[in-house]
Design a binder for this molecule. Structure first.
Ligand code: ZN
Length: 275
């Protein structure tokens, strides 16, 4: 194992992991500035890691990433939902000018119901730009909230906004952790990244972490129900899909309800003393 390239190793990526540990609260001293994060084998403290969900649209933030955020908040951590767009073009019945504010309102109410907060960058739905401006905007939010964990879209998506979000967040993480990059806030290395289990991002999605979210499942369902689209009004039955998915992932990981998450390759390596 090459320390110069691996730097840190993940300890608890096993099935049924109950919660994300505080090892993700900040960067380790030996992590190179601006490099992608990885796990940690040494500092497993008792504090839960704060978490930010970066999504293309509010629905993705709450339906696909909300359970992971809700669980960390339940454990006492800070949780933030960031939507790059309001998803204002998602309704066939309501005009974008009206639907956008409704989406914002629903996201704020849902975040409140989960004990988290909601942020928006409000790029045009369907036109989220993979621009330096967007990357620096996300970088600044990472530096402001200083999360231990980020949950975001996997790149294997057929939705251009989701793929854009993946690319924006990936580069924003690099910018956020680079001390020599002068912004308003000081640099911040995010401890771990996880990609969410999203029906639109299923291409080559291979989960390796199963999080037991049984204790927040009902609260999460109630929060999601604030969005009219949760019940299938826009053509996809989100409630049935994500509710059933939590059951399925729970079956696979030995608990009632779970969410499955995917780690980037550098987080998957584990250092063990024996097999
Ligand atoms: Zn979306």
């Amino acid at each position: 194992m090459d320390d110069s390239t691996r730097r840190r190793f993940l300890k608890d990526v096993s099935l049924g992991a109950a919660a994300f540990s505080a090892s993700a609260q900040g960067a380790q001293k030996d992590q190179m500035p601006g490099r992608p994060p990885s796990g940690d084998t040494q500092a497993q403290a008792s504090l839960p890691a704060s978490v930010m969900a970066f999504a293309a649209h509010p629905g993705d933030a709450f339906f696909a990433m909300g359970l992971a955020v809700a669980r960390q908040v339940q454990l006492g951590a800070q949780g933030v939902f960031l939507s790059l767009s309001l998803g204002e073009r998602g309704s066939a019945r309501i005009a974008p000018a009206q639907y956008g504010p409704l989406q914002r309102q629903a996201a704020e109410s849902a975040a409140h119901a989960l004990g988290a907060s909601a942020e928006f960058l409000a790029y045009a739905d369907g036109e989220i730009p993979v621009s330096e401006e967007a990357k620096f905007a996300v970088c600044d939010l990472i530096r402001q909230y200083r999360p231990g964990i980020i949950v975001t879209h996997w790149r294997g998506s057929w939705h251009k906004d989701h793929e854009a979000c993946y690319q924006i967040v990936n580069d924003a993480l690099f910018y956020a952790g680079l001390p020599a990059l002068d912004r308003k806030q000081a640099a911040h290395e995010v401890g771990r990244i996880f990609f969410a289990d999203n029906w639109e991002d299923a291409n080559s999605f291979v989960p390796d972490v199963y999080l037991d979210i049984t204790s927040v499942f009902e609260r999460w369902q109630q929060a999601c129900a604030i969005f009219p689209m949760w019940r299938g009004e826009n053509g996809f039955r989100y409630n049935d899909y994500y509710g059933s998915l939590a059951v399925t992932r729970g079956c696979l990981s030995g608990c009632k309800y779970a969410v499955a998450l995917m780690s980037p390759p550098e987080q998957r390596t584990r250092r063990v003393k024996a097999l």
